[in-house]
Write a protein that binds this ligand. Structure first.
Ligand SMILES: [Zn+2]
Length: 116
């Protein structure tokens, strides 16, 4: 059965916002292409969304053009997470190097530790 889901009337800026708690971290938890409305019509997708902060879930049908800005929003969130991960990796490596340099200075680690 074809129907026009309420997601089609929403503005895209709300798709990443939780209807319950207002979190901006709502993520897709499942999706598939929905049945076409016919030749020349826009692709549609069924999508389930989940708020990781309060557990709110939603599912609806969305036009392709509605989802594209949401995908951009998700990509921007991924970029923020990757940047944070790289910063953590850098901090972790810096701490390991500092520990290693200290151990070398205290003769806790020597060349023999690396011999086969
Ligand atoms: Zn929420």
């Amino acid at each position: 059965m074809l129907f026009r889901g309420r997601g089609m009337e929403r503005t895209i800026r709300t798709l990443h916002r939780c209807d319950d708690c207002g979190s901006h971290l709502v993520q897709p938890s499942g999706w598939h292409e929905a049945e076409s409305l016919g030749p020349g019509t826009e692709r549609r997708w069924w999508m389930a969304r989940l708020c990781p902060e309060c557990g709110w879930v939603d599912e609806d049908l969305f036009d392709q053009s509605t989802l594209e800005p949401y995908e951009d929003e998700l990509d921007a969130g991924t970029d923020v997470l990757v940047a944070a991960l790289r910063e953590l990796e850098h901090e972790s490596m810096a701490a390991e190097i500092e520990t290693f340099v200290f151990a070398l200075g205290e003769d806790v680690v020597t060349a023999d530790d690396f011999a086969r």
